[in-house]
Design a protein around this ligand. Structure first.
Ligand SMILES: Nc1ncnc2c1ncn2[C@@H]1O[C@H](COP(=O)(O)OP(=O)(O)OP(=O)(O)O)[C@@H](O)[C@H]1O
Length: 704
């Protein structure tokens, strides 16, 4: 029942009604019985497609509409309700049945795993209820939601592609009539053909070509915008990007997946789906023409009649051609996948050189870097050479294939022509139909290289999405960071164990409290898990068990030893992670002065690579300016002042405590001079099993 209420359900009922009507229509010559029977099949397919992917549904629905239009138009023509000129333009009866066959093919392939992998990536866009993206003007009013715009555009694109097939068919008949007029030396008929058939077809062909490009580009742009946004939003969401390396999913170079794989995937999906289907329609149409032309084909130099000989020939051609292409082209899938990966590795290494150029220059690391780049580039060359040779083999085959098929139909049909059994027009039509069939097959065969890259892309995007799902699941796993607290707003850990990704336990805390309002200093040997404890409190460390409670609704800021400084203006760097409009210029300047960076107070608009321009100590003070601006309830300083001299450090701590009276400070540090800025000390003590245990310890008396 639910299936009947959906859009496809309504369409199915309508189709069944039309089929019934055709069946009951008294003694019409057209459409024949099989068209009405096909209508019932179409209704069944439409119902069965209700559970189909959102993307494939569009195709089935368009074919359903195609069937209705064609069957009704044929009925109207048979009833004499259409002008003769329009009726003459209608495609033959089998076209309506053809659309049912295509719908059945779409339904059948939807169960095939490679198609399911593709629709898994494609569907979220077409099912999306988001408001139309304002970024792109093209087709913005073509639907109420972004998903609906996408669906409408795909449907439009399918119609446009079918219109193109209809024009190609028109040309085929034009060739027959034009060559017949030449053979009959009928000048009047020839000029009539040129003016009334060729010119309108040519004009339509150009117009449809332009419109097709516009629709396709609009769809690709809108889809890419939506998918790119949704991928990076999800990737950046809730520490997912940080946890992906902890999953067992191989998701290297996410930047490449978001920037280039998405783009390629969308271009390939639209090209392969709409064009592949229109090529299939073209293939079927011309096969029917070939059948009509060679219905009583007499094998040259014999008397044997083989009905539809040219069709059998072309099918044999297709089967052998596709099979050989598959054998020759298969290794390209793996090679293309690897190429994407090695290219991304090389690009990433270059980007790292740019980021760490100062360290590399100081260490005189250029030779080591060059040799690493050489190795990485070698992998690109090596793999590409493999691709070149594989493509050459493929081209040797596809070119021979194309050449053979231009002469083939002429050789086969010429004896009939010379025996005056067929006209010049029919000979030309045969050659043209054969070359169109060949063109469609060529599309499938040439698509092989695209298919190989497509598969690689689908795998890369699929594994990226799986990695994100696993990383998101990791956030909820482990000890489960509970929000809310009943111990006067303190941070507490109970029965907590923190482990490494390999399961090795590094920290054990039976009971630990970081009281609200009292500055705590966390000390201990290097590698004892101090930073990991901070990560766990911040909720990004997924391995371990037990419980950490953080006060509900309170803000926290963690400052690491090496602060992250985003690209852009100094204002943006100080305001980070808040947006620049959160604070006035005076507030930002004041924070810079408080963090002992007065010399930068008037350079807020300067855009620079600040992470390389500022000294290590200046970067740390910039991060402290952030804390002064953000006024968090909790401030975690992970050796965040280690690059400062003791005097500046002391000044900064004084400022922090004065300007952030409501903030609880928790610091990690090794220097004894930090003691006097804190109220209590927690020390990481070695415990059994190589683990460390945070224990409250006495604050050493200040040095004299
Ligand atoms: N992502 C990770 N994968 C595997 N091991 C990790 C990871 N992060 C940290 N570790 C390991 O966990 C242990 C504790 O690291 P952590 O950074 O917490 O120590 P720390 O006490 O802060 O050290 P330091 O005082 O040197 O900064 C180290 O042995 C480190 O190698």
């Amino acid at each position: 029942m639910a299936a009947l209420k959906s859009g496809l359900g309504v369409q199915a009922v309508l189709t069944a009604l039309v089929a019934l009507l055709l069946l009951a229509a008294p003694g019409l010559p057209s459409p024949p019985l099989y068209v009405s029977l096909a209508g019932f099949a179409m209704a069944g397919i439409l119902l069965a497609s209700n559970t189909l992917s959102a993307y494939l549904k569009i195709f089935v629905s368009v074919y359903g509409i195609g069937y209705l239009l064609l069957a009704l138009a044929k009925t109207l023509a048979a009833l004499g309700a259409l002008p003769a000129m329009v009726a003459a333009l209608l495609p033959p009866d089998f076209a309506a049945t053809g659309s049912v066959v295509f719908a059945a093919i779409v339904l059948a392939i939807s169960y095939w795993k490679p198609i399911r992998d593709i629709t898994l990536i494609a569907d979220p866009y077409f099912a999306s209820h988001d408001k139309p993206s304002r970024e792109i003007g093209m087709f913005r009013r073509f639907g109420r939601t972004e998903g609906q715009i996408g669906r409408n555009l795909v449907a439009l694109s399918i119609f446009v592609n079918f219109a193109d097939v209809a024009i190609t068919l028109g040309f085929n008949f034009y060739y027959r009539d034009m060559y017949n007029s030449l053979q009959a030396l009928d000048a009047q008929a020839f000029w009539n053909q040129v003016v009334w058939t060729f010119i309108p077809l040519a004009v339509l062909n150009v117009a449809i070509g332009m419109f097709d490009l516009y629709v396709d580009s609009g769809l690709q742009l809108r889809w890419r915008t939506w998918l790119t946004h949704s991928l990076y939003e999800r990737w950046l969401g809730d520490g997912t990007h940080y946890r992906i390396p902890f999953t067992d999913e191989h998701a290297d170079n996410p930047d490449q997946r978001i920037q280039s794989d998405v783009n390629a995937f969308i271009a390939q999906t639209t090209t392969l789906s709409t064009r592949l289907l229109s090529q299939a329609a073209q293939l079927v149409s011309f096969i029917v023409i070939l059948w009509t032309l060679s219905r009583d084909f007499v094998l040259p130099f014999t008397d044997t009649v083989i009905p539809g000989f040219l069709v059998w020939l072309v099918i044999a051609y297709a089967v052998v051609g596709t099979w050989l292409t598959h054998i020759i082209g298969k290794p390209l899938i793996g090679l293309d996948y690897r190429q994407e990966q090695v290219e991304a590795d090389f690009r990433f290494a270059l980007a790292r050189n740019r980021i760490y150029s100062e360290q590399i220059a100081l260490l005189r690391g250029e030779r080591a870097e060059a040799s690493r780049l050489t190795t990485l580039f070698h992998a690109i060359v090596d793999n590409y050479v493999g691709i070149i040779f594989r493509r050459i083999k493929l081209i040797a085959f596809t070119f021979s294939y194309r050449q053979a098929s231009t002469i083939f139909p002429l050789i086969i049909a010429a004896p009939s022509f010379f025996a005056k059994k067929i006209t010049l027009g029919a000979l030309q039509q045969t050659a043209n139909a054969f070359s169109n069939v060949q063109g469609s097959l060529n599309f499938f065969i040439n698509s092989y290289t695209i298919l190989a890259a497509y598969k690689a892309n689908t795998i890369r995007l699929g594994s990226f999405k799986r990695a994100m799902t696993k990383a998101e699941a990791l956030a909820g796993a482990g000890y489960g960071l509970a929000q809310g607290n009943d111990t006067a707003g303190s941070v507490t850990a109970r029965g907590l164990t923190l482990a490494l990704p390999d399961g090795r336990e590094i920290v054990r805390a039976e009971e630990l409290t970081l009281p609200k309002g009292a500055a705590t200093l966390l000390t201990g040997p290097s590698g004892s898990g101090k930073s990991t404890l901070f990560r766990a409190i911040a909720g990004i460390w997924p391995f371990g068990k037990g419980r950490i409670d953080v006060p509900a609704g309170q803000s926290a800021l963690v400052l690491p030893q090496r602060p992250y400084i985003p690209l852009g203006s100094l204002r943006g760097a100080v305001a980070y992670p808040n947006t620049v409009d959160r604070f006035s210029d005076e507030e930002i300047r004041e924070a810079l002065r408080a963090a002992q960076l007065p010399q930068f107070a008037d350079r807020l608009d300067e855009v620079d690579t600040w992470d390389r321009r500022l000294s290590g100590g200046e970067q740390q003070r910039l991060a402290l300016a952030r804390a002064i601006l953000a006024k968090p309830d909790w401030l975690f300083l992970d050796e965040a002042t280690a690059a400062l001299d003791e005097e500046t450090e002391a000044g900064i701590y004084r400022t922090l405590r004065e300007s952030l009276p409501g903030t609880t400070i928790v610091s990690i540090g090794h220097r004894s001079t930090l003691n006097r800025h804190h109220d209590q000390r927690v020390e990481m003590k070695p415990a059994e099993g190589g683990r460390f245990e945070p224990r409250l310890s006495a604050m050493p008396a200040p040095a004299e």
